[in-house]
Design a protein around this ligand. Sequence first.
Ligand SMILES: Cc1ncc(COP(=O)(O)O)c(C=O)c1O
Length: 380
Amino acid sequence: MIYFDNSATTRPYKEVLDSFLTVSRNYYGNPSSLHSFGAQAERLLTQAREAIAKLLQVKTSEIYFTSGGTESNNLAIKGAAFRHRNRGKHIITSSVEHPSVRLAMEQLKQAGFEITYLPVDETGRISAIDVEKAIRKDTTLISIMQVNNEVGTIQPIEEIGEMLKRYPTILFHVDAVQGIGKVPLALHEDRIDFCSFSAHKFHGLKGTGILYMRDGARLTPLFSGGNQEGKLRSGTENVAGAVALAKALRMTLTKSEAGIERMKTIQNLLRTELSKNEAIHINTPVENAAPHILNFSVKGSKSEVFIHSLEEKEIFVSTTSACSSKKKSASSTLLAMGVPETIADSAIRISLSYENTEAEALEVIKAIENTVKRLGRVMK
Ligand SMILES: Cc1ncc(COP(=O)(O)O)c(C=O)c1O
């Protein structure tokens, strides 16, 4: 099989599974227990936190374990909004965020907050100038994704962070779920207060993630309970998951230089070959695009039909994002980019990992071309 749906999820590294199993089997104590068996688990959790902090070049006290990207986004956004609501109730975000951000914003709107959704240009990018223009006296939070999950557009995080140095009271949250290991991000330099990561997008395990929270930043927790994770995230810690996450992050970042180059080569190959076909329209921009996503539309063909047709050849790609693909609605990112609904309706997303090869890409190109021809004949 050829797995080209790595933005939906990735295959866990064998070493990641091994470390999860070892910790689960041998160190299953509760880190909060008073006895030494619990203390062993606590030590492992601390070591995982230290390793992750070092890899992300931040402080150990700035790393909080969560259940993944969705939770990290909800915790950062709702937690910051509620914590600072006495200062203001205005939040700025983009119109192309993942549902875990967009719907968290909608929930805040129901609770009396005002949300500004910034438009994107035809490449799916917001402008830092628009962000600054949207700032009001009562703005407390800005939440912008680093890399779009549907088309791969990279947002101007560095520029926004630089601009926000002039607005010290506004909190800055970045959803880096699609960016880690693909596009560099400097958490401290870019003046980021909160940043979300999800392990299953970099060969870790589903249900494990991180929220980076800058020392000194404050959030209202979403869960009430035993006050684990510095009182920010109650619930018995997933020690084995955290150790596995640290392993996945180390392996990913160690391989990232070569991995990014490899993905760029494959992405270029796919782009060059697919754009030769008149029925294919490439939606992923050339500039400011992450190396692992290529989104394209096959004119006149429904995405689902195309996906299932490729699936017959054991090639796995996706319509838009995994969460919205079952809803059969056109990609909200493409619509926000001004792509006509007919084109947005036929969008396919290829997403790569370091493990994919050029040989696989050539096979996929051939299969896509054959499918375009076959479906074209059926429709005539
Ligand atoms: C940009 C982005 N943010 C957040 C998430 C949610 O992450 P998780 O699946 O870990 O909840 C995803 C997952 O697709 C994503 O692509």
